[in-house]
Design a protein around this ligand. Structure first.
Ligand SMILES: Nc1ncnc2c1ncn2[C@@H]1O[C@H](COP(=O)(O)OP(=O)(O)OP(=O)(O)O)[C@@H](O)[C@H]1O
Length: 226
């Protein structure tokens, strides 16, 4: 579903990605782990062209990202960040925005359906800015799902949540992988989370992927050397 081929990226003269190679299968949850500054977020941003690559290529469903128009690409490849951004207004307005981006009429019914899918149907009229972090993350996921993505890029989406909400978001994403046939790349520093959610883990070090392995087989003490 995703094929990263020898991708290189420099930012302000510093080489951040030094030839990254990775293949992610359809319906796979691929965890991206590795020390701070190793290039994990940059890699995710390259996949949906928030950052343009300097060399190599990335194929999404067999097609080079260079051939997609960036807006179409970002519909197919949705992204969720550590800190969800809520637009002013109610939860239902935030979800409707996602639908409108797709050129769809945001009917009450379609907004409700998305809210139900992520478990916030009781919060549709709430002020989005007043929600808890976990609730806001659900709104962000619903807004992304409205675009009907095939791939979800998750950049530490649970890093600022309490353990109970961490588990809830994990379960939600795993449910969505099955119900929507999603392919997921999930950046996390949390080893236990990687074991719970990951089909495989890609370990990044200094701008390269050095290992791709079953989470239980990873030598985690080598990944996060103190
Ligand atoms: N826009 C930018 N301008 C300057 N340097 C940048 C920029 N984006 C990333 N970098 C640098 O690129 C390197 C990799 O950053 P990146 O955020 O991809 O790492 P990461 O593995 O996701 O780190 P973390 O786990 O801390 O989030 C870092 O040294 C960072 O300072």
């Amino acid at each position: 579903m995703i094929e990263v081929i020898n991708v290189r990226k420099s930012i302000r003269g510093k080489e951040i990605l030094k030839g990254v190679n990775l293949k992610v299968k359809r319906r796979e949850v691929m965890v991206i782990a590795g020390p701070s500054g190793s290039g994990k977020s940059t890699l995710l941003r390259c996949i949906n062209r928030l950052t343009e690559i300097d060399g190599g290529d990335i194929l999404v469903d067999g097609i080079s990202i260079k051939k997609y128009n960036p807006i179409q690409l970002r519909r197919n490849v949705g992204m969720v960040f550590q800190f969800p951004v809520m637009f002013e207004g109610r939860v239902k307005d935030n979800i409707a925005y996602g639908l409108r981006l797709l050129g769809k009429t945001a009917t009450e019914k379609s907004v409700e359906k998305l809210a139900r899918e992520v478990g916030i149907e009781n919060l549709l009229d709430a002020d989005a800015s007043k929600l808890s972090g976990g609730e806001q993350q659900r709104v962000a996921i619903a807004r992304t799902l409205a675009l009907e993505p095939k791939v979800l890029l998750l950049d530490e989406p649970t890093a600022s949540l309490d353990p109970e909400n961490v588990r809830k978001i994990e379960n939600l994403v795993l449910k969505l992988v099955r119900s929507r046939d999603l392919t997921v790349l999930w950046v996390t520093h949390d080893v236990e989370q990687a074991k719970r959610i990951g089909d495989r883990v890609a370990v990044m070090k200094d701008g390269r992927i050095v290992t791709v392995e079953d989470p239980e087989k990873i030598l985690w003490s080598d990944v996060y050397v103190r």
